[in-house]
Design a protein around this ligand. Structure first.
Ligand code: ZN
Length: 130
């Protein structure tokens, strides 16, 4: 079985796939974050848009995000810390590091992301790079 790109060491079919395929909701902000990383590795722009809170959804940048996601080689994800974002919470913060190759150059993106839960669904709201 294919291991999930998010680095959980779980099979893809039991990790991010059901969330990305809309068969299951992310239970935690971290799960949503992982599924978004995985969607980036597959350049699944529709999932990236749908999991982005409508208030901050970057519709205008959709094409650019897709182009960028396709142009880089994704190497891995590390969750650095989480604050709230559990099943019983309505908001949460996840800080992560994503590793990728851009034009053959290794790069890392460190971001502290804010998530909210609405109608039992987690959404990505915004991120702060450090
Ligand atoms: Zn996963």
């Amino acid at each position: 079985m294919q291991t999930c790109p998010c680095g959980s060491n779980k099979p893809y079919a039991l990790c991010c796939e059901p969330i990305i395929a809309n068969k299951a909701n992310a239970q935690t902000a971290e799960q949503l974050m992982r599924s978004r990383y995985t969607a980036f590795t597959f350049a699944n722009i529709n999932y990236l848009m749908n999991s982005h809170h409508p208030k901050t959804r970057p519709i205008k940048e959709k094409k650019d995000i897709l182009k960028w996601a396709k142009s880089v080689t994704w190497l891995g994800l590390q969750i650095l810390y989480t604050d709230k974002g559990k099943e019983s919470d309505m908001e949460g913060i996840v800080k992560f590091k994503a590793l990728f190759l851009e034009n053959g150059i290794p790069r890392e993106l460190v971001e502290e992301s804010v998530f909210v839960k609405e109608n039992c669904k987690w959404y990505y709201v915004s991120g702060k790079h450090s």
